[in-house]
Design a protein around this ligand. Structure first.
Ligand code: HEM
Length: 435
């Protein structure tokens, strides 16, 4: 038995092999698909959520690939069948090394790309990554480099990301061809070393019960995770799940979307709320040339369905009239309406959609969602406090918007030398239960 087990791959190696193989193969069409849907206005919200999922799965694949490499270095694989020629051995080795390069370089290039803060066309784009909506994944140190370095690095990283995806397809084709040749031409049972249940090389004695249980649990977990992630990826945009016009009132929210996890179906219908515009406000503040400024939006509308006991199905969508900027200095207000800022001649609104809510304890909550400004989606996390009494809800929250990521003021001050990059947005909402 000892000898038989050393001619098999260990359970850990098999489980990691299938988890990574499935992940990489699924992520390629997923990457192409999300890059398409993010461009269409009606699918952008789903696109932003898909990007977060892509990055979360990709970072997980990177971690699993390092684990697989470490495992392999510590536990040499079973030897190749004796009847393989030198060329076949060299080809197999080359494909395996190629796979390790791809497994690490492909997700790493994606991570470098998002850390560099520019899109593939060289436009500034800073989007935090929320790992499955649970925590914010760090950016790589390139994020702190000079713009002159980050821009070309982002472009090179995305070219590499694309090319490595094609490399993965080529390697997978060679790898599958080799496995099929072993199975049907050489008939040496090599497939059975990695595919549980397939006949094994040299008619090995049955696996031990512990090995069978380990494989069942490990591969079952891989299959369940794959099914859950597929459902998460295909869940339609939260936007379309909003019930029609539960409430219409006022409120503009310059915050943006994190587009993260899909809603938990907790079975209870959340309460619809009617905004009280007179008791609600959306304010912003920052600094310009060292002097503080602040302002507000005087018109906004909101569709709100929210209940603390039905967070999974709660949704808030706010449409802000960007022409309705109010500032003490009218010159500043008119500057903000100009093309490089809110471009109100072509985009008279901004839209915040909160898709995921989290209870933080007591009367504190956190909303994550996306802010669409001038057609560009940025993720936003908004912590807030909420009290509900006698059918009246009072909410206050504050978040920071990265104006560069939102595409605001990129011509006159793209490096935030004059106007602060972080704009603090304070939201106060009062609403009454709609029914
Ligand atoms: C094994 C893991 C991964 C695979 C197989 C994969 C595959 C792909 C593919 C095929 C594309 C489309 C490229 C194109 O349009 O030519 C793509 C795009 C993208 N990937 Fe990945 N990826 C992986 C990991 C990651 C990771 C870890 C990140 C970031 C943390 C990431 C970030 C992105 C981004 C942001 C795009 C879209 C680029 C754009 O359209 O602007 N990917 N990925």
């Amino acid at each position: 038995m000892q000898q038989a087990e050393t001619r098999r791959y260990a359970v850990v190696a098999i489980v990691l092999h299938w988890a990574i193989a499935l992940g990489v193969l699924a992520m390629i069409p997923f990457g192409w698909w999300m890059s398409e849907i993010i461009r269409e206005p009606e699918t952008q919200a789903h696109g932003a959520a898909a990007f977060q999922l892509h990055k979360s799965i990709g970072l997980s694949i990177l971690a699993l690939s390092f684990a697989r490499l470490l495992w392999r270095l510590l536990n040499p694989p079973p030897p190749l069948p004796a009847n393989m020629t030198g060329t076949e051995r060299a080809l197999a080795l080359g494909v395996h090394i190629g796979f390790y390069v791809v497994m690490i370089a492909l997700p790493l290039s994606g991570w470098i790309y998002v850390s560099a803060g520019f899109d593939a066309e060289g436009r500034p784009l800073v989007v935090p990554t929320y790992w499955f909506g649970l925590f914010q994944a760090p950016h790589l140190p390139i994020a702190g480099a000079d713009e002159a370095v980050r821009r070309p690095v982002a472009q090179a990283a995305m070219s590499a990301h694309s090319a490595l995806a094609w490399g993965a397809i080529g390697l997978a084709a060679l790898h599958a061809a080799g496995a099929l040749k072993h199975q049907f031409v050489n008939k040496d049972g090599v497939l059975g070393r990695m595919v549980p249940g397939a006949p094994e090389e040299g008619g090995l004695p049955p696996s031990s019960p512990a090995r069978r249980i380990g494989l069942g649990v490990g591969l079952g977990a891989v299959a369940l995770t794959a099914a859950a992630l597929t459902m998460a990826a295909l869940t339609p945009p939260a936007r379309s799940q909003l019930p029609p016009a539960a409430t219409t009132a006022t409120a503009a929210v310059p915050t943006a979307a994190a587009a993260t996890a899909t809603p938990a179906q907790d079975g209870r219908a959340p309460q619809a709320w009617r905004l009280d515009p007179a008791a609600s406000s959306i304010r912003f503040s920052g600094a310009s040339a060292g002097t503080a400024f602040n302002g507000s939006f005087s018109r906004f509308e909101a569709d709100i369905v929210f209940s603390p006991n039905a967070l999974g199905r709660s949704r808030v969508r706010v449409r802000i009239d960007t022409t309705a900027i109010v500032m003490a200095d009218a010159m500043q207000a008119s500057t903000l309406r100009r093309q490089e800022w809110f471009d109100t001649a072509n985009h008279d609104d901004a839209e915040f959609e909160a898709e995921t809510f989290r209870a933080l304890g007591g009367d504190r909550y956190e909303a994550t969602g996306s802010l669409k400004v001038k057609g560009r989606l940025i993720p936003v996390t908004l912590p807030f406090t909420l009290t509900i009494a006698d059918g009246v809800a009072a909410m206050t929250g504050e978040t920071r918007i990265d104006r560069i990521a939102a595409g605001l003021g990129l011509t006159s001050d793209p490096n935030a030398q004059w106007v602060s990059r972080d704009i603090v947005v304070t939201i106060q909402v009062q609403a009454t239960a709609a029914s």
